[in-house]
Design a binder for this molecule. Structure first.
Ligand code: F6R
Length: 606
């Protein structure tokens, strides 16, 4: 989603801004732009489309400025055209702003400003901020900013240039992340640490309502009350993201291939000397008193939560719910001190999941987040954090972060069930040993990518398809269907296999591809009967099952056999096979696999 970069230093700003924007590209965007302070003026250049379009526009312009801001925009208010792209300037050009987030009351504010004689060029909510700053400005930017903040409702990370102070940048945030960094005589703003890592690992993260005033090699911080505050940089131990696909044609394929390694790393980070999740020692003390667990996330992270719920209910013997964060945040799920809410998020910045977390905290529920990005807002807000070790994920469609989430949730369920005396130590160890074999089993699926390529021919010429399963296979069906939809633009649905005859089956046409997930052995005969029902009506069925079921499938035409594991853990193996099938389908359809249309990597608006 939108990305912010700011630079002030001894060198020309534009190459730094462009490099920063390229690092933010993976988040998804549809236009980009920069603004620099040069010769007493602020020069803005913006372009819809890719950063390469912006570079082409910049090619003929001599920009020597050493201070500037840049933005990648994922359209919310107004089309993704040149005019709506950021930066946006106030009516007279006094203030120029880049913005992540959404100003919810921008319409009444705009109306008021129009009534006061302010003019607007774009349809964005951001232009309202620029004009508000101009309205409140009486020579002191911080005071104008503070007045502006009092009237803005919604979320924002802002990076601002004021024409009167060409050697200063201003940054402020509420509800959207913003980070700063120093490198000798250079200072940087970025909405994502990834864009700062080429320069330093010591990162300052602005807190809610905090402001940073940045000069060459110097940053001054102000708290939400306007008083100057001390801030310590935190060390971010992520490898610099090189945006290098290596020999892979797409980041998605590279990230699929990284999964065995990621799972091994996640396991060894979360299991130390035979102890599961040692860093949760405080939370473990509350396990006996808990009465309910809520698993909350968006998209694939929600599917991981659903898989976590199914396993936890089975071995942990506790009431669980799984909900999408956008429903949970406005819903009425009863929450109290005896509820544990588990929030799952790769980025740790997803607006709905963050809001759901804040709601749970307000209701005094215990909170635990399963996060991939260290230093993210959710990691800071949660009482407890489990980090997955997926590293930076570039492809918009999640692969390695999803399977790492599953691994973390499986481990948490084992830990919980054992600590609450629902399973014996010997059973815990048996299950743990099954988990430790998953990386090599994932590798064996990757090694059979030609099978996935073959089965993708079921889908590549179709406009629709189904994914069906029961129990934990249903969670896999949801994820398989989402992966197919988002990268290959095929309208697939996921259904509990037993539900088809209650309505959905009327949609079935000759040749409709149906992926049947059959790894729940105890439910195998039931799902198998549903397979027969859809086949009888002309469906072309691909069955994903464990090797142990192969005898029952000898007459079936399309079978992708997965290595045997505990039925409850098979979702992780299914996910890898389904990722590959979606990947090859999208490849055959000529889709933009790493950057599917309309999607963003980190969804920081509601
Ligand atoms: C799908 C996908 C999304 C994310 C969702 C949540 O491939 O990537 O559905 O899972 O947007 O994002 P995070 O995990 O960052 O909260």
């Amino acid at each position: 989603m939108c990305g912010i970069i700011g630079y002030i230093g001894k060198n020309k700003a534009v190459p730094y801004l462009i490099r920063g924007l390229e690092h933010l590209e993976y988040r998804g965007y549809d236009s980009s732009g920069i603004a620099v302070s040069q010769g007493g003026e602020v020069i803005t250049v913006k372009a819809s489309g890719r950063i390469s379009d912006l570079k082409s526009k910049l090619a003929g312009i001599e920009l020597t400025a050493k201070c500037g801001i840049g933005h990648t925009r994922w359209a919310t208010h107004g089309e993704p055209d040149d005019i709506n792209s950021h930066p946006h300037s106030s009516m007279s050009g006094l203030f120029t702003v880049v913005h992540n987030g959404i100003i919810e009351n921008y319409l009444p504010l705009k109306k008021e400003l129009l009534g006061q004689g302010f003019t607007f060029k774009s349809s964005t909510d951001t232009e309202v901020i620029a004009n508000l700053l101009e309205k409140y400005y009486e020579g002191d930017v911080l005071s104008a900013l503070s007045k502006c903040r009092r009237v803005l409702e919604g979320s924002y990370a802002l990076c601002i240039i004021c024409r009167d102070f060409p050697d200063t940048l201003y940054g402020v945030r509420k509800g959207s992340p913003l980070h700063c960094a120093l490198k000798r005589t250079e200072s940087f703003f970025a909405s994502d640490t990834v864009a700062l890592l080429p320069y330093t690992r010591e990162i300052f993260t602005l807190g809610e309502g905090e402001t940073a005033v940045m000069k060459k090699g110097k940053i001054t911080f102000y708290g939400s009350d306007g008083a100057e505050t001390e801030k310590k940089a935190e060390r971010v131990n992520l490898p610099e993201q090189t945006a290098d696909k290596g020999d892979f044609p797409h980041f998605m394929l590279k990230e699929i291939y990284e999964q065995p390694q990621v799972l091994r790393k996640t396991l060894s980070a979360l299991v130390r000397d035979g102890e599961l999740l040692p860093e949760l020692s405080e939370l473990k003390k509350s396990f006996f008193a808990l009465q309910k667990i809520c698993f909350v996330g968006c998209g694939s992270a929600y599917h991981a939560g659903l898989a976590g719920k199914i396993l936890m209910e089975r071995i942990g013997n506790i009431t669980c719910v799984a909900e999408t964060a956008s429903e949970f945040r406005y819903g009425n799920t009863p929450l109290d001190g005896k509820t544990l809410c588990i929030f799952i998020s790769q980025s740790g910045e997803t607006a709905d999941t963050l809001a759901a977390l804040m709601k749970a905290k307000e209701k005094k529920a215990k909170t635990l987040s399963v996060i991939n990005v260290r230093g993210s807002t959710m990691a800071g807000e949660s009482d407890n954090v489990i980090y997955t070790e997926a590293g930076t994920e570039i492809a918009v469609a999640t692969t390695k972060a999803y399977t790492a989430q599953l691994m973390a949730l499986y481990l948490f369920a084992l830990c919980f069930a054992h600590e609450r005396w629902q399973i014996k130590r010997s059973e815990r160890d048996r299950l743990l040993s099954q988990l430790s074999q998953l990386p090599e089993k994932v590798q064996s699926i990757i090694d059979r990518r030609d099978r996935a390529e073959l089965f993708s021919s079921l889908f590549d010429r179709r406009q629709e398809g189904w994914f069906i399963g029961r129990g934990s296979d249903y969670a896999s069906a949801m994820e398989g269907s989402l992966k197919m939809k988002e990268i290959s633009y095929i309208n697939t649905g996921a259904y509990p296999a037993g539900e088809l005859k209650h309505g959905t089956i009327s949609l079935l046409e000759r040749g409709t591809p149906v992926v049947a997930l059959c790894c729940e052995e105890r439910l195998f005969p039931k799902t198998f009967a549903n397979i027969k029902e859809v086949k009888a009506r002309g469906a072309r069925v691909l069955i994903l099952a464990q090797k142990k079921s192969s005898q029952a499938l000898t007459d079936e035409e399309n079978v992708f056999l997965l290595p045997d594991t505990e039925d409850e853990f098979a979702g992780l193996l299914q996910a890898v096979a389904l990722q590959l099938i979606s990947y090859f389908t999208a490849l055959k359809r000529g889709c933009d696999i790493d950057k599917p249309k309309n999607l963003a990597k980190s969804v920081t608006v509601e």
